[in-house]
Design a binder for this molecule. Structure first.
Ligand code: UT7
Length: 329
């Protein structure tokens, strides 16, 4: 019997209609389009403004898009994983609500949280379930309503993040396509430099914390940038080395969209031509768990069966890594 690999067989995505441009941010904080564009590559981002709607709204829309495109019966999905840093609420997993709303009534479901690496780690988890033969259809969704934890008076963070969601379906493959290998790491040193402190179990929210925006994202950008550049580039180089791949073997790099300069540094490290690098940061900013599947969605028409794809991400915690996958359709 041939070995079972875990292939991505469908992609879906959703971004909210409301656009927050650099020009609009100029009227909110002391910043300008030229600074944001040259330092990050971002021109605009999407914001979910629907009253009372959270990350599940984005996740459901992305999953529905995938289901509609692929024609699969949601009742055949075994597991729904929602990778997110912004669950709808505590204790009640966002994935359970998402699965029910899309009609995945025979699935179990849970959230997976690893900041900006949530989707990357989710790919590892989803693939392992398929490779082991335990499940046949795993729906992995990366979704974040980052605007729910952004301080829109802090120019160091509010220019970066946006809202969005993407989804992929993992299914068994017997042609050797799909998930090939991974290099995943984490380092707790990162919690000093990127976090939303209050509201967590160590720091229950207080009126003072709320007034000081300490329940929202704080980032020491310079430090995070330094770690991100070296670790994301290293991870990409390591996965090539581990799999005896040269730059000519690679069809695409799918990098986390946090900063164009980090993406460029990663591509340069593995000497990849810019046209092989997926990039949509100018349209969406950093959507945290949604960046990788949003890239797949935007570039889906250009992907070919057998393409060697390298995913790379870096995020809070710190968490980071790279994954090597062969495209299956
Ligand atoms: O996705 C998860 C992981 N996150 C990341 O990977 C993000 C990593 N960090 C970054 O992308 C970058 O550090 C930022 C985009 C956040 C900041 O860019 P930077 O080039 O590192 O800027 P900086 O923090 O070193 O600030 C440079 C200057 C400072 O002014 P002085 O001290 O030189 O006078 C800042 O006060 O730019 C100033 N500045 C701004 N100016 C205009 C900071 N934010 C802004 C702003 N507009 N929005």
């Amino acid at each position: 019997m041939s070995k079972i690999t875990a292939a991505i067989t469908a992609v879906g995505a959703y971004v909210p209609e409301d656009v927050l441009t650099n020009k609009m941010l100029e009227s909110m904080v002391d910043t300008n389009d030229e600074w944001i564009t040259s330092r990050t590559g971002i021109k605009e981002r999407r914001i979910l403004k629907k009253e009372g709607e959270g990350t599940s709204y984005l996740a459901i829309k992305a999953a529905e898009n995938l289901i509609e495109k692929s024609g699969i019966d949601p009742k055949t999905i075994d597991l729904v994983i929602v990778s997110t840093a912004t669950p709808d609420m505590k204790a009640a997993t966002t994935a359970a609500y998402t699965a029910s709303q899309i009609g995945a009534t025979n699935a179990f479901s849970y959230d997976l949280e690893a900041a900006c690496s949530s989707f990357l780690y989710g790919m590892s988890t989803a693939s392992a379930y398929i490779e082991s033969g335990r499940y046949k259809r795993v729906l992995l969704i990366g979704a974040d309503k980052m605007s729910s934890m952004i301080n829109y008076t802090d120019r160091a963070t509010c220019i970066i993040f946006g809202d969005g969601a993407g989804a992929v379906l993992f299914e068994p493959n017997t042609e050797g396509l799909g998930y090939q290998n991974e290099y995943l790491r984490s380092d707790g040193v990162g919690r000093e430099f990127l976090r939303a402190k209050f509201g967590g179990s160590s720091y229950p929210t207080t009126p003072e914390a709320l007034a000081n925006h300490e329940h929202e994202v704080f980032q020491d950008g310079k430090h995070v940038f330094k770690y991100a550049v070296s670790n994301m580039a290293d991870a990409a180089a390591k996965i090539l080395e581990k799999n005896n791949l040269s730059k000519d073997d690679i069809a695409w790099l799918v990098p986390h969209q946090a900063n164009k300069r980090i993406i460029d540094a990663t591509a340069n490290r593995i000497e990849l031509d810019p046209e092989k690098v997926m990039m949509n940061i100018h349209k969406y900013g950093n959507t945290t768990s949604a960046t990788l599947p949003l890239c797949l969605h935007d570039y889906e028409n250009q992907l070919k069966k057998g393409d060697n794809i390298i995913f790379a991400a870096f995020g809070g915690g710190f968490t980071w890594g790279s994954i090597y996958l062969k495209w299956a359709y």
